[in-house]
Design a binder for this molecule. Structure first.
Ligand code: GDP
Ligand code: MG
Length: 197
């Protein structure tokens, strides 16, 4: 990944290096009210765009930003259009099939959202069996300590079972949200670099 020529070649073969040709598409999934849009708005407020050739395109549901991760730039399109009520609907299918990576969000104050995250993990596996798709299980609202219904241990154990990374965040306190975005970019790069070999 230190050789930019390799990255360009890989762009042509896989089409997703997060480099200049096509951004990484990262999709937010999770129950209603867990904080997906709060997380998206932190991403939308990123101020990495000091150079004039960089751009940001942010709408209600999709936001594109160029961010620097481990000293290397990556363009990420964050998608926040998951409709948890549209069960089995075409918009859900499209969401699940078009991401390069997923942030699977639940609220630590809402056990049912944790169970929904598990179900979503299973759907992802069913829809994308051939891919080693980067996924981070995100336990949001960790500032609400007295309303906690899901322990860190449970979150971590669930992530281990489902073979994905785990992080607890607080969008309200802006805690750990950027590490989650950086983590997903790191995983996407690892996958890209594995494909090169
Ligand atoms: P979404 O339905 O998943 O998009 O959830 P929203 O982003 O709309 O958030 C739902 C509610 O939870 C809103 O009132 C947010 O202000 C609140 N919220 C989101 N994240 C946090 C958090 O980390 N801590 C706290 N205390 N509230 C949060
Ligand atoms: Mg929302």
């Amino acid at each position: 990944s230190s050789d930019s020529t390799d990255s360009v070649i890989s762009t042509e073969s896989t089409g997703n290096t997060g480099g200049s040709s096509r951004p990484f598409r990262v999709v937010l999934l999770g129950a209603r009210g867990v904080g997906k849009s709060a997380i998206a708005s932190i991403f939308a407020g990123a101020m990495d765009s000091m150079d004039s050739d960089e751009f940001e395109l942010c709408g209600d549901e999709v936001c594109e930003q160029t961010i620097t991760v481990d000293g290397e730039k990556a363009t990420v399109t964050l998608v926040d259009n998951w409709d948890s009520e549209d069960e089995g609907g075409s918009s859900q299918d499209q969401c699940i099939q078009t991401g390069d990576a997923y942030l699977l969000v639940y609220s630590i104050t809402d056990r049912s959202s944790f169970l929904q995250a598990s179900e979503l993990r299973i759907s992802l596996r069913q829809h994308r069996p051939a891919h080693h798709t980067p996924i981070i299980l995100v336990g949001n609202k960790c500032d609400l300590v007295r309303r906690r219904e899901v322990s860190i241990t449970e979150g971590r154990a669930c992530a281990a079972v489902f073979d994905c990374k785990f992080i607890e965040t607080s969008a309200a306190m802006q805690h750990n949200v950027w590490p989650a975005f950086h983590g997903i970019v790191q995983q996407l790069r690892l996958r890209r670099d594995t494909k090169e070999n």
